[in-house]
Design a protein around this ligand. Structure first.
Ligand code: MN
Ligand code: MN
Length: 369
């Protein structure tokens, strides 16, 4: 349990109280997931008292149902939340001198509010890095959620493949994918669904529009779904036609080789930078290095921008339970864009992907069968 580990950690340090207000960290320690917008949502952990979950009144019932190990305290919009919060914290009669805060998330305004109510406290400790590190390694439950999110990403690709026809626009394909997923109970995508035709895919962060699909084009799908607060992320570049040109096939096979070699190279102990190099070397030696213009991958969890970053210069050794993407690509302006991406986790001796859609250049024909 993350909560117990963190509280144990406090006991070994000179920390009396931990104040968390990043909704992702709050979810991680309490299981309560919410986007409070501008309102305050906080988990407050004490050395010697029951932890407190502080929520807007409209969320009180949901929070109580979920965060069983917490005392839930709520505030009305008409109240000053800091006064309510400070009163509940002081009522704990637990030491309150040394605070640990999220230095990468707590705003100056909120910091000032805390200082006002706790003028003799110090706020020197930073809990951000500790939580980031803990969240790097996913437990069985988290992995199960991510596998389920991956299952739905594969389903989304199937829907997308079956929707393709000459003349359809990128946005129409996006709409069909999300419509069918929602009908099947998938409430949320993990980021804006990307469907790009032909040379539009030459921009790694392209935006789907009203371009119409033509025969013998590549179609790049980059999408993901959320499941129980965890994200999936997959990219396939389908060939829409019968016979790719020699150029299309060459670029595709190169990206696929980089993807496959990198997947096969993962094992506990390999450094993130080394893994990036496995894929990059293949593309660079074929003469296309400058067209692979982003890192090999990123961490994945509650969002698609977590740690570890799979990039040159990152000396972090990858260990069992870490989750990240492997997504080499080649993007040639005005010509072609190909990326193949899978997300997965490090196992005792390799890498297991959350997504399983075929990756070969004939994958499209298999999916519409
Ligand atoms: Mn990705
Ligand atoms: Mn992606």
């Amino acid at each position: 349990m993350p909560l117990n580990s963190i509280i144990n950690l406090m006991k070994n340090q000179d920390v009396d109280i931990i104040f968390l207000n990043d909704p992702k960290n709050v979810f991680y320690v309490s299981s309560y997931r919410s986007d409070p917008h501008e309102r305050i949502l906080a988990a407050v952990l004490f050395k010697d008292a029951k932890p407190l979950l502080f929520v807007p009144a409209l969320e009180e019932n949901d929070a109580r149902k979920t965060a069983e190990e917490f005392e839930v305290v709520s505030y009305m919009d008409t109240q000053d939340p800091w006064t309510v919060l400070a009163t509940s914290i002081k009522a704990r009669h637990s030491p309150l001198s040394d605070w640990s805060i999220e230095k990468d998330f707590l705003t100056v305004e909120r910091m000032e509010a805390l200082r006002k109510h706790f003028p003799t406290a110090t706020f020197d400790h930073n809990i951000s890095a500790t939580l980031q590190e803990m969240r790097l390694i996913k437990n069985e439950q988290e992995l199960a959620f991510m596998k389920e999110a991956g299952y739905w990403a594969d389903e989304a690709l199937k829907i997308g493949a079956k929707t393709l026809r000459e003349g359809i626009t990128e946005l129409e394909v996006v709409a069909e994918i999300e419509y069918q997923l929602k009908r099947r109970g998938v409430a949320e995508m993990s980021f804006t669904t990307m469907v790009l035709f032909g040379e539009n895919a030459a921009s790694p962060h392209g935006v789907p529009g009203d371009t119409k699909l033509k025969k013998n084009q590549f179609v790049l799908f980059d999408l993901g779904t959320m499941h129980e607060g965890y994200a999936s992320d997959v990219t396939r570049t389908f060939f829409f036609g019968e016979e790719p040109s020699a150029h299309q096939k060459k670029i595709y096979d190169l990206v696929l080789a980089a993807h496959d070699e990198a997947m096969a190279a993962v094992h506990p102990g390999i450094k993130a930078g080394e893994l990036d190099a496995v894929a990059r070397t293949i593309i660079t030696e074929a003469g296309y290095g400058r067209y692979f213009n982003h890192r090999l991958g990123h961490g994945l969890g509650q969002g698609v921008h977590e740690f570890p970053s799979i990039m040159e210069g990152n000396e972090m050794a990858l260990t069992e339970g870490m989750c990240f993407s492997i997504e080499p690509g080649i993007y040639i302006e005005g010509d072609i864009g190909v990326r193949v991406e899978d997300c997965g986790f490090v196992t005792a001796d390799g890498f297991e992907s959350f997504t399983h859609t075929p990756t070969d250049i004939g994958a499209y024909l298999k999916l519409i069968d």
